[in-house]
Design a protein around this ligand. Structure first.
Ligand SMILES: Nc1ncnc2c1ncn2[C@@H]1O[C@@H]2COP(=O)(O)O[C@H]2[C@H]1O
Length: 191
């Protein structure tokens, strides 16, 4: 009745035990690696979110147009081109006839005629119509510039160091040089 109990461990059980222990360690290692990967991904996500926020701020800054006084003497359509991050999205106020004019102006301009149809359509969407008073400066020589314009009606004068260079009329594109060559405005353009 009284007795001892001996636990007999067979070689199979020993091997099984060692195998299970090995599996457990391997799984723990895998889990640790997954945890590290997850932490890394979280950091990348945080960084991406931060960059997206910065990009948002940057485009907001570029989405603001120059303030323009409304007096329908000379009209021009102005497009804001964001040179840092492709093109900023701005509201469009173009009428059909203006769209036609813009497309024609783009097609006849050396620089813009290289754009494909999709890019032209994108630009048309970005244009908005504004009015300029006589004598009002649209572009000031020597200033920074990230906008390009198309004359929709009337006349504008291009001057350089006070000298008249050219009169711009309907369909003429101007303000492309500062964008194209990433330089300061080469001339003054005014109503
Ligand atoms: N000699 C010129 N004749 C006509 N337009 C000019 C002349 N020089 C400069 N411009 C335009 O005036 C704009 C002034 O700003 P940008 O330099 O960006 O681009 C310039 C051209 O579009």
């Amino acid at each position: 009745r009284a007795g001892k109990l001996l636990c007999i461990v067979s070689p199979f059980q020993v091997i099984h035990h060692i195998y299970m222990t090995y599996l457990l360690v391997a799984m723990e290692k895998q889990l640790e690696e997954l945890r590290q990967q997850l932490e890394k991904q979280c950091l990348i996500n945080q960084e991406l979110q931060r960059q997206n926020k910065d990009l948002g701020e940057y485009s907001k800054q570029y989405m603001t147009f120059r303030s323009i006084c409304i007096r329908p003497v000379v009209f021009y359509a102005g497009v804001q081109i964001n040179t840092g991050f492709r093109i900023a999205v701005v509201p469009t106020f173009c009428f059909y006839s203006e769209t036609n004019l813009i497309v024609k102006a783009i097609q006849k301009n050396d620089f813009l005629s290289r754009l494909d149809d999709e890019q032209i359509a994108m630009m048309v969407d970005l244009l908005r119509t504004s009015a300029i008073k006589p004598g009002e400066e649209v572009i000031k020589e020597g200033s920074e510039g990230d906008s390009m314009y198309i004359v929709a009606a009337g006349e504008l004068i291009v001057t350089q160091s006070g000298r008249d260079l050219r009169t711009l009329t309907k369909g003429d594109v101007f303000g492309e040089l500062a964008i194209l060559y990433n330089c300061k405005r080469t001339a003054t353009v005014k109503g």
